[in-house]
Write a protein that binds this ligand. Structure first.
Ligand code: B1M
Length: 212
């Protein structure tokens, strides 16, 4: 199905009212809600992710776009039955122990929720045992860890070691992010993925869940 350009434009512009209006128009034309979500909001967020990564768009605009997409999603899902509303994937996310920074992590969670993921946010300063319990309890497809200080990076490895010790490492795909983290570090500690910003995380995990 072709992309729904009105919705994409409204999401990219961070136009909340415009997104809702474009979604309503698409639904009124008989376009299926799931097509509206995937070819409208999600396609818009892909553009947002690219523009954010290339510095054409900055943080405040990206937050507005994510909110516009989330609101559009709410309108599109009103008429869906519960079976169709199944989340794309479940993700547990948290900032590792000793680290209180949560702005980036919250943005990642917002973007993923906007894309239809069920995100369980454990908050900040999360010790490894809590990540392990959350994996056991919620059985997520993805575990995300964030950290902003160099001294707390080691907490990410502690979580992976604790998951291995508890025998649950292979149950989840692990993604790490935050400004001191990079691909090399992610590979060293045995994470599956690294992502540098919220927009790219959304696009990356969208591809990952199609393979789960
Ligand atoms: Co702090 N702080 N801070 N701080 N703080 C930094 C990180 C720092 C770089 C500032 C500096 O010195 N230049 C520095 C770390 C230096 C280092 O590690 N070598 C630092 C320090 C030192 C500290 C304290 C130790 C200061 C002190 O008390 N002496 C202290 C530590 C407290 C603690 O955590 N234990 C501290 C405290 C704080 C505040 C509480 C005041 C506040 C945090 C408020 C909050 O988060 N609720 C704060 C802030 C705001 C910052 C800066 C200024 C901004 C961070 C931010 O929110 N950026 C920061 C300097 C900077 O980055 N310019 C700094 C915006 C956010 C959207 O970006 O978090 O990078 P970011 O998230 C991005 C990506 O990284 C990525 O996507 C996000 C969105 O695109 N990403 C992921 C993040 N997590 C991801 C997870 C993923 C994927 C992508 O998958 C799971």
């Amino acid at each position: 199905m072709k992309k729904l350009q009105d919705i994409i434009d409204a999401v990219v512009a961070g136009n909340i009212a415009g997104t809702k209006e474009a979604v309503n128009k698409a639904l009124a034309k008989g376009i299926a809600p799931l097509d509206v979500i995937n070819n409208g909001m999600v396609a818009g967020l892909d553009v947002v992710g690219e523009q954010f990564a290339s510095r054409e768009m900055f943080l405040p605009e990206m937050i507005l776009s994510a909110v516009a997409a989330r609101e559009g999603m709410a309108v599109a899902t009103e008429g869906l039955d519960k079976g169709q509303l199944k989340p794309k994937a479940t993700m547990v996310i948290g900032t590792v122990k000793g680290d209180l920074h949560d702005i980036g992590k919250n943005l990642v969670a917002l973007v993923l929720r906007s894309r239809g993921f069920d995100v369980i946010d454990l908050g900040v300063d999360v010790p490894e045992e809590q990540f392990v319990s959350a994996v056991r309890e919620h059985k997520p497809d993805i575990l995300g860890m964030s950290c902003l200080i160099t001294t707390t990076m080691v907490g990410m490895k502690d979580v992976i070691d604790a998951l291995i010790k508890a025998g649950v490492r292979d149950r989840v795909k692990i993604i790490v992010g935050g400004c001191p983290v990079n691909q090399e570090f992610a590979s060293q500690i045995g994470a599956d993925y690294y992502s540098r910003d919220a927009g790219s995380t959304g696009a990356l995990l969208e591809k990952v869940v199609t393979k789960i």
